[in-house]
Write a protein that binds this ligand. Structure first.
Ligand SMILES: Cc1cc2nc3c(=O)[nH]c(=O)nc-3n(C[C@H](O)[C@H](O)[C@H](O)COP(=O)(O)OP(=O)(O)OC[C@H]3O[C@@H](n4cnc5c(N)ncnc54)[C@H](O)[C@@H]3O)c2cc1C
Length: 426
């Protein structure tokens, strides 16, 4: 009798799992359940769609129709969220009452934006950036009358929102509880340069404070902050203040959950036959050695592929990844890799006038973190390293980069002190 494998979710982690299942010889049924009606889309493209840089169809990397599902013989049940997954009895149920029994299942439901309680009374004026619907709504905002907007969260998503708003002549204030922009991935000196770039585009910055409450008067949203500073009057709010994994349909007595679903290097959960991948899962962080949610596209794809291979019976490990962000914003390039905050040695070069910066951080002579702002000589090469997966496949990826003379020769010419430092650290 044919086996039933089930994918919950319809993002890149689920797509890669389906591909990998078939490529590794699985011929049984693949059911796929998704809350949305559309085919798999790429959430990181929605701000590009909203600001008119790409067309609607370009948001769907696996095709904007159902051909992919046909090619891989996937049975899709779209437009209804899974509301219950019983890991013991091995069945799922969606909101329409459909129940499917499974032999093996992958949970790949991604995450959703967190809307802090301070905004609960003004949700009609709040924008988030995750779903296609969010993208369509944001696009309408950008194309409508120019407004005053508060962006909450100086994250990678936050800066894309700010960029789109600024490009469309909106008045923007960016607020974050952290003292500097990109607090998790950027060195303070790099953050200060990025902040200068934003200020030069007339973005008002309020760091080290949070929105305490919002009151609606006739024409304004009046936002009050936790610090002594004055209230901001705005027309709407874009919330980019973090995400939460979509796991409400799971029973935590059955499935081990920390921040996300805990998985090993085979993408297995604690329950035999149940796997998790992508933003919903908490796998290995190569830098800290801890389990951590690393919500990145490439990571979700690798994890999905690994889950698929293992579900098909081909034992395959995914060692994990490390935090890395490659962001192009307002004609500037920022790359942040690894851990910039906790090393025992560092090297940095910066030029305040030209907004260029690089910083390398070592711990016990091992390179653990890199920041690069506007250094095309090195950004391209580092970007390639990341994209090729060197960093994601090996804990030594960053050190390999540090030892690649081709990669660094150009930088050494410009910054002889850096060569000395790298030699010292070998
Ligand atoms: C604005 C933005 C910018 C980003 N920029 C970058 C970037 O520059 N670089 C980078 O690497 N990453 C970036 N990311 C992150 C990247 O998009 C994610 O890491 C990646 O999409 C995760 O894939 P996934 O398959 O795990 O989850 P998702 O793509 O979120 O897919 C999850 C799927 O599950 C479905 N689902 C949810 N709940 C249920 C349910 N109960 N039942 C059924 N289906 C459900 C969802 O509708 C969705 O189809 C960005 C994300 C955003 C939002």
């Amino acid at each position: 009798m044919s086996e039933n494998y089930l994918l919950v979710g319809n993002g890149c982690a689920a797509m890669e799992c389906a591909k990998s299942l078939r490529e590794n010889g699985y011929t049984g049924n693949i059911y796929l359940l998704s809350d949305l009606l559309e085919p798999a889309y790429n959430p990181m493209l929605i701000t590009y769609f909203a600001s008119g840089k790409i067309e609607y169809d370009a948001m769907f990397p696996y095709g904007s129709n159902m051909d992919f599902y046909t090619r891989y013989n996937i049975l899709p049940y779209l437009g209804s969220p899974v509301i219950n997954l019983d890991a013991k009895e091995q069945f799922v149920e969606n909101s329409k009452g459909l129940i499917i029994q499974y032999d093996k299942a992958l949970i790949a439901t991604g995450s959703s934006p967190i809307i802090p309680p301070a905004f609960s009374n003004v949700v009609d004026y709040v924008y988030t950036l995750r779903t296609i619907e969010d993208g369509v709504k944001f696009r309408k905002l950008l194309r409508g009358p120019k407004k005053r907007v508060l962006v909450v969260g100086a994250s990678m998503v936050g800066i894309k929102a700010v960029e789109a708003l600024v490009e469309n002549d909106f008045e923007v204030c960016l607020v974050d509880f952290a003292k500097y922009i990109f607090p998790m991935i950027a060195h303070k000196n790099c953050s200060l340069l990025i902040q200068e770039i934003l200020r030069s585009k007339n973005v008002k910055l309020r760091f080290g404070t949070a929105v305490e409450r919002v009151e609606k008067d006739k024409n304004n949203l009046v936002t009050y902050f936790t610090d002594e500073g004055s209230a901001e009057e705005v027309d709407c709010i874009v919330v980019c203040a973090g995400v939460r994994p979509n796991i409400s349909f799971l029973d935590p007595d059955q499935v081990d959950i920390d921040h996300g679903i805990l998985v090993n290097q085979y993408m297995e959960t604690n329950v035999p036959g149940l796997y998790a991948a992508g933003d919903v899962s908490q796998g290995d962080d190569l830098i800290s050695g801890e389990k951590r949610i690393i919500g990145l596209w490439a990571n979700a794809r690798y994890q999905g592929r690994t889950a698929g291979a293992n579900m098909a019976g081909k034992k395959t490990k995914y060692l994990g990844t490390l935090p890395h962000n490659i962001t192009h914003f307002m004609e500037h390039d920022f790359i942040g890799v690894g851990n910039i905050l906790n090393g025992d040695d560092m090297y940095e070069e910066y030029d305040e006038d030209n907004y260029t910066y690089c910083c390398f951080v070592w711990d016990k002579k091992k390179l653990i973190g890199v920041n690069i702002l506007n250094m095309p000589e090195i950004s391209g090469i580092l970007k390639n390293y990341i994209i090729k997966g060197l960093l994601t496949d090996s804990a030594d990826g960053l050190s390999k980069f540090a030892n690649d003379s081709l990669a660094l020769a150009k930088l050494y010419n410009k910054y002889p002190r850096l060569e000395k430092k790298f030699l010292e650290m070998r």
